[in-house]
Design a protein around this ligand. Sequence first.
Ligand SMILES: [Cu+2]
Length: 143
Amino acid sequence: MRKTTVLFVAFGLLVAGCGDDSGVSVEKPWARNSPAMATAGAVYMDLEAGEDDRLVGASVDSSIAAMVEIHEVVMVDDAMKMQEVGEIALPAGTTVNLKPGGYHIMLMNVATPLEIGQKFDVTLQFQNAGEKVVEVEVREEAP
Ligand SMILES: [Cu+2]
């Protein structure tokens, strides 16, 4: 009994030790339907790069959405508008929030409206760290 416990702890440390080699940590990924557009959704998360990096692209399976863009919400004449940004800078050691009212990954031409509790993969492309696949859950609000 005692030996088994020790083994499990050792295994856990091993797994944790070689876990993430992409250089960018992703926390609290989630998604929701766009409040503004019926056929769109948005994906949010917190990103932190170990070394200077950039989020340069994102994609999802075509069964989720036909098109994916990186967007930012900006104020134009006191109105909130979205604009496409080619990339998001990730300075080393700084948490960059993708959140409602700010940066987000926009899902365009969503195949079917996102449902609360639904999960799907988003593939993120980083300039230096390469590709990273993240599972996101559709929620009412941030986790
Ligand atoms: Cu958008």
